[in-house]
Design a protein around this ligand. Structure first.
Ligand code: HEC
Ligand code: HEC
Length: 118
């Protein structure tokens, strides 16, 4: 019985350790690798704004552990978040005027020039 009990204890410890990382644990979630965005209730709305703006799912930028910076798209997106914040800060009324959708229009690569006339 003893080895089995030990295995059970190890398993439940691992489960508890996993919970906060997935964001499904109780209590406030502390994100590990935010360099541009605030760690508050605006995070998930910002993520949805990026996903719908580019017409992608979360895994376009993320591994299962969302704090990892392994995908180049995430690294580019961080720079884009910073750029969008900067642009919006230049409007005198303090409102959000520019989002990912403003340029991307549901595509990963926005058009830089109008399509050639037919
Ligand atoms: C276009 C790329 C992109 C998409 C799509 C995206 N994210 Fe993110 N996500 C980022 C970037 C960039 C950061 C880091 C921001 C920073 O450094 O401030 C981040 C950070 C996060 C974090 C914080 C991780 C940590 O612990 O540091 C979570 C949680 C997260 N995203 C969830 C999501 C979810 C859920 C979705 C889908 C609805 C999503 N993301 C879609 C780019 C993206
Ligand atoms: C001012 C216009 C503009 C805005 C706003 C903008 N982007 Fe971009 N984004 C671009 C352009 C232009 C490119 C293509 C760059 C190139 O040609 O290499 C790009 C490329 C990207 C890429 C790389 C796509 C690929 O195929 O590798 C990602 C990821 C991205 N943007 C994320 C975002 C996110 C997330 C936001 C909102 C926070 C955002 N962008 C807002 C103009 C913009």
């Amino acid at each position: 019985m003893r080895p089995l009990l030990f295995a059970l204890v190890v398993c439940s410890v691992a489960l508890f350790a996993q919970a906060p990382e997935g964001g499904r644990g109780r209590g406030p979630v502390k994100h590990k690798n935010l360099q541009v965005l605030p760690d508050d209730s605006t995070l998930i709305p910002n993520m949805r704004m990026a996903a719908t703006g580019l017409g992608v799912m979360c895994d376009y930028c993320h591994e299962q552990d969302r704090s990892l910076d392994t995908k180049p798209t995430k690294v580019t997106a961080r720079m884009m978040f910073s750029m969008v914040k900067d642009i919006n800060s230049k409007f005198p009324d303090g409102k959000v005027h520019v989002t990912c959708y403003t340029c991307h229009r549901g595509m990963t690569e926005p058009l830089t020039a109008p399509p050639a006339a037919q």
